[in-house]
Design a protein around this ligand. Structure first.
Ligand SMILES: Nc1ncnc2c1ncn2[C@@H]1O[C@H](COP(=O)(O)OP(=O)(O)OP(=O)(O)O)[C@@H](O)[C@H]1O
Length: 280
């Protein structure tokens, strides 16, 4: 089964269009959604969660259309959103009571284990939490109702590198169960490179690619050469160019470039930065 299937999804605002997005996340895998500010990541996530309506296209989650009795499917989705979504005055103990009445499979033992693991206070009001504490509380909730799919919008932002690393491990452990999957958006590309099996790159509302991470890293290389050498390169091989003082740096398809050239392995950040430059 696929955890998420998106077909030809389109949503238009006055100054922005999420343009004909299609992607599939198979069950058991983690997909990272990368994109610059305003690329359309949160809009995509809101559409997935049926929080806003699409102009066109279909979404299916855990094998069912998100227009078809989504209340039931939602039980199986753990959600962490960029913006906090608990009433300001509540504390962690009260969140437990709210969630016990929200999710059929709510497991308070698991929840309090996470509260303890994340060193969160039990009686402090949510409004007095730091951003990192708020994110941790939302992550604890998302992991405490036996979800099959986690949808995480900037779930690691605001966390320090040590806690981020711990949380990435938790997410990774979550997908050891083959029926568990994660869609996670983040600006922290290195986190996604570490964690994800698939990378989807949104740029100005368009999906520039969705690809297995290992294939991406194998497919591309960074070529450094003089302007004269660059003139002789097959331009179909070139996916992004940066002019430098000594010549050219280019993202190229490894198989289309003569390996007499010095080619360096890119990371995911290199790939998206080069590609974004090509698309106006
Ligand atoms: N309700 C709305 N009405 C009009 N425009 C909107 C609305 N919601 C989002 N947008 C616009 O859609 C575009 C994409 O926004 P979105 O929040 O999806 O981006 P994002 O990739 O999540 O960005 P960030 O990384 O900054 O959170 C932006 O230009 C935003 O202003």
């Amino acid at each position: 089964m696929n955890a998420i299937e998106i077909n030809n999804l389109t949503k238009e605002y006055k100054d922005f269009k999420l343009d004909d997005i299609s992607l599939t996340l198979p069950s058991g895998y983690i997909m990272g959604l990368i994109g610059e500010n305003g690329a359309g990541k949160s809009t995509t996530i809101k559409l997935l969660l049926n929080a806003i309506n699409a102009d066109k296209g279909e979404i299916s989650i855990l094998g069912k259309s998100n227009k078809d009795n989504f209340k039931v499917t939602k039980e199986d989705i753990g959600v962490v959103l960029d913006e906090a979504h608990f009433p300001e005055g509540v504390n962690a103990k009260q969140v437990n009571v709210i969630m016990r009445n929200t999710y059929k499979n709510w497991d308070e033992k698991v929840f309090f284990e996470y509260i303890n693991k994340f060193s969160l206070p039990l009686k402090k009001s949510f409004k007095d939490f730091s951003r990192g504490m708020k994110m941790k509380l939302m992550i604890a909730v998302a992991l405490s109702h036996d979800a099959k799919l986690l949808i995480l919008d900037e779930a690691t932002s605001g966390l320090d590198p040590i806690v981020r690393d711990e949380i990435l491990d938790l997410f990774y452990d979550f997908t050891r169960d083959e029926s568990h999957s994660i869609l996670i958006s983040s600006h922290i590309v290195s986190d996604l490179e570490k964690l994800c099996d698939y990378i989807a790159f949104l740029h100005k509302g368009k999906l520039l690619f969705v690809e297995e991470k290992d294939i991406l890293l194998e497919k591309y290389r960074i070529l450094k050469c003089s302007n004269a050498e660059f003139d002789d390169i097959d331009k179909d091989a070139v996916k992004g160019v940066r002019r430098t003082d000594y010549g050219v740096e280019a993202l190229v398809l490894k198989d289309k470039v003569n390996n007499a050239f010095k080619l360096e392995k890119p990371n995911i950040e290199d790939i998206i930065v080069f590609m974004a430059k090509e698309v106006k």
